[in-house]
Design a protein around this ligand. Structure first.
Ligand SMILES: *Cc1c(COP(=O)(O)O)cnc(C)c1O
Length: 393
């Protein structure tokens, strides 16, 4: 097989060598527990607090508003369960969307079993929520609005500023799952009125198993993991020093080059989109054309099974996904594609290609060429496509 073409950056990203170098001393040389009192522990304690400053700085937050976790799923669980628990005296209602990541949706389903009421907002054909529907869904007992910053399957960026303003106007807390967006698009928590925000290092070239939850000062959530007094006694467990150092290094590097990289990646994305839509018949782009993550491409090809597409792309050395890494393996079509109004047959023929700053125009061309051949071949074997073509004539 030729060179690997990795187009699954929404599932995870490559760790940057500089990030690995930054982490290494905290595995090999200073393995100390930052909570210990001796001098040897000072360096790791300092490294963790500097990492907290870096991450807070990127969001325009205060250092004591950043809580380290084991990743996006934990941050989402903590934000949602934590708010519904801490503010139970106000009510049991929360609002989210039909297109959230399962870390949010399954948490909401769990809370429903425990007696909470959840409103799942619809999205339009581009994957955007309606601000009117959001505002109409707010009740006196609404505790929380949780809307993702950007969708992990179709790349649509939600109207976060407007949602933040509505939440503030009605005195409702606003959490956003920013796992796909943090370090990919700029965001400032105060400007956007975000109260809680989830992020995960491995989605921006950092290590797996580490992330953070931003919690605005004054919002008193209980401890999520009970035990030691780490993370201001809210999230127990010996601090993951190398992971945290790596996350901050990855964030720093991403933010330094975010503007130019976004432009570069979006140019490759747009080239790939143009080629596929103009050269492959009955292809459809999913997600908003412009309010979209710079690195996300998502297509549906009629008369094609997404799984067959993935296998044939793999034979060409291309790593892609249909829907999300969490839904692959199940035969159900993606809940996101159904929510934007696609019928089952069409949603089954979906393909997600997520680029990185390392994706070249040549790789995009190779991918477009490969896709063209594969789609033709699969359709030539499809009786449905044959009938369809006959009827068109
Ligand atoms: C990847 C992802 C998560 C889960 O993050 P982990 O760090 O893998 O637990 C949550 N939400 C979104 C939108 C994601 O893309």
């Amino acid at each position: 097989m030729e060179k690997l073409i990795y187009l699954d950056n929404a599932a995870t990203t490559a760790l940057k060598p500089e990030v690995f170098e930054a982490m290494k001393p905290y595995f090999l040389e200073n393995y100390s527990n930052p909570n210990s009192v001796y001098t040897f522990a000072q360096q790791s304690k300092k490294a963790v607090e500097e990492a907290r400053e870096t991450l807070a700085g990127i969001l325009g937050a205060k250092t004591n508003e950043i809580y380290f976790t084991a990743g996006g799923s934990e941050s989402d669980n903590w934000a949602i369960k934590g708010c519904m628990d801490a503010f139970a005296s106000k009510g049991k209602h929360m609002i989210t969307t039909k297109i959230e990541h399962h870390a949010v949706l399954h948490t909401c389903e769990y809370l429903e079993q425990k007696g909470c009421e959840v409103t799942y907002l619809n999205v339009d054909e581009n994957g955007c929520i309606s601000l009117e529907e959001l505002e109409q869904s707010i009740r006196p007992d609404t505790v929380l609005i949780s809307v993702m910053f950007a969708n992990n399957e179709i790349g649509t960026i939600e109207p976060i500023r407007e949602i933040g303003a509505i939440a503030k106007k009605h005195g409702v807390l606003f959490h956003t799952d920013a796992v796909q967006a943090f370090c990919h698009v700029p965001m400032q928590v105060d400007e956007l009125n975000i109260d809680l925000l989830s992020a995960s290092a491995h989605k921006f070239h950092g290590p797996k198993g580490v992330g953070f939850l931003y919690i605005r000062n004054g919002i008193k959530l209980g401890a999520y993991i009970h035990g030691g007094a780490q993370e201001r006694a809210r999230r127990a467990g010996t601090t993951n020093v190398p992971g945290i150092v790596g996350m901050a290094k990855a964030a720093e590097l991403s933010v330094q080059t975010m503007e130019e990289n976004s432009k570069k990646i979006a140019a490759v994305r747009d080239h790939l989109i143009e080629r596929v839509l103009s050269e492959i018949p009955y292809a459809r782009l999913n997600g908003h054309r412009t309010h979209r993550l710079p690195n996300n491409v998502n297509f549906c090809f009629r008369f094609i099974e997404g799984e067959s597409l993935l296998i044939m792309l793999d034979q060409k050395g291309i790593c892609a996904s249909s829907g999300s890494a969490c839904t692959s393996g199940s035969l159900d079509p993606s809940h996101v594609l159904l929510a934007i109004g696609l019928v089952h047959e069409i949603a089954h023929g979906s393909l997600r290609l997520t680029l990185s700053e390392d994706t070249t125009m040549e790789e995009a061309d190779y991918t477009a060429d490969s896709l063209k051949g594969i789609v033709e071949r699969l359709r030539s074997m499809s009786p449905l496509y044959e009938d369809f073509v006959k009827n068109q004539k």
